[in-house]
Ligand binder design. Structure first.
Ligand SMILES: [Fe+2]
Length: 441
């Protein structure tokens, strides 16, 4: 589902629940409402836990724990006079904050002290709250209001991080998560003001992050995108987005964590593209832009499932949908990073072909970004000569022949001529070196 559809679904849902909560007033929630909430709560909890276990990452596990806390509070509250749902939802907010920790902007050498303190403190508060609730039966209103307000603040900070990460990378789960924790924040405020029915409604909204995890595990490249993309969003939302060196490091770390093979290919492509760029007379900022474009031309593959990237044999029909989307996804991502935005057109055009038969737009000739026309030679050469999961690397001579034959159809003939001359000189240099070694021996 496209991100804007998520917005259309989740915003009205959260608003309807909030309005319903306001209109009911301070009376006990009807039991049908509690039970209507319980069935989906149990289902979402089970699926979120299953997804978290499958992917073995701590951020989805933290979301699953938050969903469990909200569902447990919802299940137990009808059977006790004690305000158990408030601490349960504050605990859920703490778990969601933990999950969104990688999305928090990194400053001061990579530490996130404020959010960590915000997450750690609820454990103390909840311990105190639990003690009061158990010993005194029901804590004073002021204590409940304080704890609920605290949870609301925590949820609000979490929502801000999820929204900032969503604005950068458009992973729908973060939007759903943001709506869920914002609803949780609002609901906790209602609960503190004594609106009884707000409890089950808030618990219902608080389950949305679990729904996000479940959907992400099924529809998107998988939860690794959720986790790694969240970390990338956090790194790039800080000063890193404006500093080319920091943005480069953040992106490369994320790409390497996602697929070491892909990251290695990008490094080799960049090195070769820079050599070609020098041959073409590029220098200074223009050469650096080419290097960045070559280094991140496949950044959109962060959104391609790992099992598709590493598949043995030819990709399946379903896989092509993911693969064909990666130039546009990469372009959209890199355009949002101010330090690297100049490479966006090249990233988007890197699978266009000179004769107009490429993708995604079928641009031809000079309409294709010139940096894309340049880096594609280094990209294709490296892809051909390298070993991949599904093929052995070609010999250098076969790759040269392929590029010569593609000149004018796949490749810009003028740039291909310079590239082939560079490869020929490399070959001559290697041959001379071999002869020297043989003579010395
Ligand atoms: Fe590509």
């Amino acid at each position: 589902m496209a991100p804007n559809r998520w917005i259309m679904v989740s915003v009205p849902l959260a608003c309807a629940l909030a309005v319903a909560g306001m209109q009911r007033g301070p009376e006990a929630p009807p039991s049908w409402l509690v039970f209507a909430m319980l069935a989906p709560a149990v289902a979402v909890t089970a699926l979120a836990v299953q997804a978290a276990v499958r992917v073995g990452e701590w951020a989805p596990a933290a979301v699953a724990a938050g969903v469990m806390a909200a569902a447990a509070g919802l299940a137990v509250q009808p059977f006790t006079e004690r305000p158990i749902l408030v601490p349960a939802l504050v605990l859920a907010a703490a778990c969601y904050s933990l999950a969104s920790l990688p999305m928090a902007p990194v400053r001061n050498g990579g530490r996130r002290p404020v959010l960590l303190a915000l997450v750690a403190a609820p454990l103390v508060v909840l311990g105190a709250m639990g003690g009061i609730a158990l010993l005194a039966g029901s804590p004073p209103m002021a204590v409940r209001a304080g704890i609920a307000g605290y949870g609301a603040g925590l949820a609000f900070v979490t929502a801000l991080h999820a929204i900032a990460a969503f604005r950068l990378l458009r992973v729908p789960a973060w939007w759903v998560q943001a709506v869920g924790v914002l609803g949780l924040a609002g609901g906790l405020v209602f609960m503190a003001s004594g609106v009884a029915v707000a409890g089950p409604l808030t618990a219902g909204v608080a389950l949305l992050p679990g729904v996000a995890i479940v959907i992400e595990a099924r529809q998107r490249p998988g939860l690794r995108t959720y986790v790694l993309g969240g970390a990338l969003g956090g790194r790039l939302n800080g000063r890193a987005a404006k500093s080319p060196a920091r943005a480069e490091r953040a992106l490369m770390e994320t790409l390497t964590a996602y697929s070491p093979d892909l990251a290695a290919h990008l490094q080799r492509t960049a090195a070769m593209a820079v050599r070609l760029g020098r041959e073409l007379g590029l220098e200074g900022d223009r050469l650096e832009t080419l290097r960045h474009a070559a280094l991140f031309h496949d950044v959109g593959k962060l959104f391609v499932p790992v099992h598709v990237l590493d598949r043995h044999g030819r990709p399946k029909v379903r896989d092509w949908e993911h693969l064909h989307a990666h130039p546009a996804m990469g372009q959209a991502l890199i355009a949002r990073v101010p330090a690297l935005a100049a490479t966006a057109a090249a990233v988007g055009d890197h699978h266009e072909r000179y004769d107009g038969t490429g993708y995604p737009s079928g641009k031809r000739g000079a309409a294709i970004d010139v940096l894309a026309r340049t880096l594609t030679l280094a990209d294709v050469y490296d892809a051909l000569v390298s070993d991949r999961a599904y093929k052995a690397g070609w010999p250098h001579e076969d790759a040269v022949k392929h590029i010569r034959e593609g000149s004018g159809t796949h490749f810009d003939p003028a740039i291909a001529r310079v590239f082939l001359a560079m490869l020929a000189r490399d070959g001559e240099a290697a041959e001379a070196e071999r002869r020297c070694r043989d003579a010395a021996a």
